[in-house]
Design a protein around this ligand. Structure first.
Ligand code: NAD
Length: 365
């Protein structure tokens, strides 16, 4: 099996964390008899400096020709004052739109060794493991009419049946492989668009009899994520509600440097850490590469159906943390603070260790 992956390291710490992620990808290729053809292209500020645009046609075409895209991050002080369409961040919006990425997926998993990094109590967060499916290309961010004048401003929250069905199916299919619970979040007590959302999701749920569907109002969901995050398995929600809930969910797990994401469409998929280019720490070999490495794990799971390899990566990260290795952003008293490159080497060593234990039947995932 050969898979073509476009690498878009971007700016700031992007190239550093992508270098770590690529090391892991190469390791997976070695162990799981799969070939990854890696093609690197510029995006963001680095692309603007060289070509006068943050996203060239060639970069976009390479993404179209790939099985998956792995992005680092874009942006930095140097490009802050450019016109809106030339800013590094404009490349991301254009890329997501061009690739038709309608589902944004963000896991919220608390590693037991990092429970103390959460702002919530240990007994509340320990064991949390859920994933948020946020609709990304519809809803109030794109609905027409929209406008503003001196007296008023307006936006329109609109969803078509097809837009709801396609993301709902993805969420239900994921729930089958997990704990089998989908919580659909809406505001059906106030909004017609949410009543419609609920009706369509309930109709899709009939195709998945083994999955339990729960409906929850968004205000209650925000409260429940903080009160008892362990109750969730898959959260399915619209663009606006998902924007807010996925940030709450992400933060209960601790640091920004730990959070991966996937954006998926009918044909294309993009994987990236949630964090930005962190210009304050760029070039110092201290960035946390775990979000980027976990994004590789998501790619293996969602694009290539390589579930075992994906779980192995997550377990390798888990063991690395359990043995006290940390980058500075997640460092706690008594932990071993190491560089980006060092923590990547430890993760690879743990990967090898677990792989061998599996072969001997000592450890099973
Ligand atoms: P940021 O995520 O880059 O950084 C916020 C803070 O978290 C900083 O203190 C940073 O050092 C720290 N941090 C982030 N990732 C880390 C990691 N992997 N390891 C250790 N520490 C980490 O957000 P920001 O400072 O608001 O934005 C910086 C630039 O990134 C801006 O130009 C912004 O537009 C851009 N940005 C890009 C993306 C993206 O490419 N997807 C996302 C968000 C922000």
């Amino acid at each position: 099996m050969t898979k073509r992956i476009t690498l878009l390291p971007g700016d700031g710490i992007g190239p550093e964390v992508i270098e770590s992620a690529v090391k892991v990808l190469k390791y997976v290729a070695e162990k799981f008899s799969v070939e990854f053809e890696l093609v690197e292209r510029p995006i963001g500020g680095i692309s603007y400096d060289k070509y006068g645009t943050p996203l060239t046609d060639e970069t976009l075409q390479t993404c179209y020709d790939s099985d998956a895209v792995l992005l680092g991050a874009v942006g930095g002080y140097k490009w802050e004052n450019l016109e809106h369409h030339l800013k590094p961040e404009a490349a991301l919006l254009k890329l997501r739109k061009s690739l038709g990425l309608f589902a944004n997926i963000r896991p919220a998993k608390v590693f037991s060794s990092l429970v103390d990094a959460s702002s919530l109590k240990k007994e509340v967060v320990e064991g949390t493991d859920f994933v948020v499916f946020r609709e990304l290309t519809g809803g109030i961010y794109f609905g027409e009419p929209r406008g503003i004048n001196t007296e008023k401003a307006w936006n329109t929250m609109v969803y078509s049946k097809n837009e709801i069905e396609r993301i709902a199916k993805m969420a239900f299919e994921t729930a089958i492989k997990r704990k089998g619970i989908v919580t659909s979040v809406d505001k059906a007590n106030v909004l017609e668009v949410s009543q419609f959302w609920r009706k369509v999701v309930e109709s899709v749920s009939k195709e998945y009899p083994t999955v339990r569907l729960k409906n929850m109002y968004v205000d209650n969901a925000a409260m429940q994520i903080v009160k008892d995050p362990k109750q969730f398995d898959v959260i399915l929600t619209s663009n606006l509600f998902g924007d807010i809930l996925s940030d709450i969910a992400g933060m209960i797990t601790g640091s920004l440097g730990m959070l991966p994401s996937a954006s998926i469409g009918t044909k294309y998929a993009l994987y990236e850490p949630v964090h930005g280019s962190a210009p304050d720490i760029a070039g110092q070999n201290i960035a946390n590469p775990i979000a980027a490495i976990s994004s590789v794990a998501m790619m293996l799971e969602y694009s290539f159906d390589m579930y075992k390899a994906s779980e192995l990566i997550i377990e390798a990260i888990n063991r690395t943390l359990e043995e006290g290795y940390r980058t500075a952003d997640i460092g706690t008293e008594g932990s071993k603070i190491v560089s980006t490159k060092e923590i990547t080497s430890v993760i690879l060593t743990k990967f090898e260790e677990i792989y061998n234990e599996q072969a001997l039947g000592v450890f099973t995932l």
